[in-house]
Design a binder for this molecule. Structure first.
Ligand code: CAA
Length: 283
């Protein structure tokens, strides 16, 4: 199972980062989105990241050009017809993901591995709509993708050892560290991270401390690079709520109930950094 050509679905924050690291590692990447404007925005972010690397002396101007030349535009899922790996980083919605995987199963050759960057949706359920559940796998990158070392690799119920090994090798080629995880709600990363963030929101909700104090305790006391409320803003409060709901529903345990303050902020449209306001205000 040699992977050479890759198609990434979704040119947002995660998809563009994934396309960038694939191109940096020498893979030919098609970056797919529904509309040209989304693709253009993704390429802009990649170009900005690479330009910063050139400024800091980590890459040459030639390397930057080579990396950008390895990324091509795709506005049609049929472009997946000649790739060895698809990494889907579309919106976190089971119906949409299943629809994409159904189409990919028709379009791609039999050897193609279909990976999803979902942060919490069951891999097994996505795989079940295809005729190749053995070749469906989770490849969960962390944000910001070019910086964070981890890729959580999630085996669906039917994922074969051969497919796991191919994705593990691919991850190492991307200069990332693969960690193997089984398919349970939130996997490992979000099963542990999101309840911590949710608890930080409860701490604010109950008036135990100010938002600044809560973040300061976790930054200076636990050596976290960002406090939990700042991190929630960075991830997106809608995403945090969505993942808490998946944990709550998936385990049926009240310890995962989302904090009412989190719901209130999401209803207000205060989704964090991306909307200019979450727990903090962003200019
Ligand atoms: N893209 C590319 N590079 C970036 C970047 C981005 N979006 N953001 C920061 N960087 C780079 C900067 O260029 C900088 O590199 P140099 O110093 O070599 O120039 C380096 O990262 C550090 O950045 P800063 O000095 O601006 O700021 P910082 O020291 O606070 O680091 C951070 C920024 C890496 C984001 C750090 O704050 C951090 O690690 N935060 C926590 C991130 C985290 O927990 N991510 C996981 C989120 S959960 C998730 O992704 C999974 C999920 O399913 C929800």
């Amino acid at each position: 199972m040699t992977i050479q050509k890759v198609l990434v679905i979704g040119a947002g924050q995660m998809g563009s980062g994934i396309a960038q690291v694939c191109a940096q590692a020498g893979f030919d990447v098609k970056l797919n989105d529904r509309e040209e404007q989304f693709y253009n925005r993704g390429i802009q972010v990649i170009t900005k990241n690479l330009s910063r690397d050139v400024e800091k002396g980590r890459k040459t101007e030639e390397e930057k050009t080579e990396i950008l030349n390895r990324i091509s535009k795709s506005l049609d899922l049929n472009d997946a017809a000649d790739v060895d790996l698809v990494i889907e980083a579309a919106v976190e919605n089971m119906e949409i993901k299943q629809q994409i995987f159904r189409q990919l199963d028709e379009i791609t050759p039999a050897h193609t591995i279909l990976a999803t960057n979902t942060s919490s949706l069951p891999i097994t359920e996505i795989a079940a709509v295809t005729n190749r559940p053995a070749k469906v796998i989770g490849m969960h990158f962390m944000n910001p993708v070019p910086v964070m070392k981890l890729v959580e690799i999630i085996r669906g119920l039917a994922t074969t050892d051969e497919v796991y090994a191919a994705i593990e090798e691919m991850t190492k080629k991307l200069a990332k560290v693969p960690v193997e995880v089984n398919d349970f709600p939130g996997f490992v990363s979000n099963r542990i991270l999101m309840p911590m963030i949710n608890e930080a929101i409860y701490t604010l909700y109950e008036g135990v401390a100010t938002k600044e104090a809560i973040d300061e305790v976790m930054k200076l006391g636990m050596n976290h690079p960002m406090g939990p409320l700042q991190l929630a803003d960075f991830i997106g409060l809608d995403t945090c709520l969505y993942i808490m709901e998946i944990l709550h529903e998936g385990f049926g345990d009240s310890k995962y109930r989302p904090c009412p303050l989190l719901r209130k902020y999401v209803k207000a449209g205060w989704l964090g950094k991306k909307t200019g306001r979450g727990f903090y205000v962003y200019e």
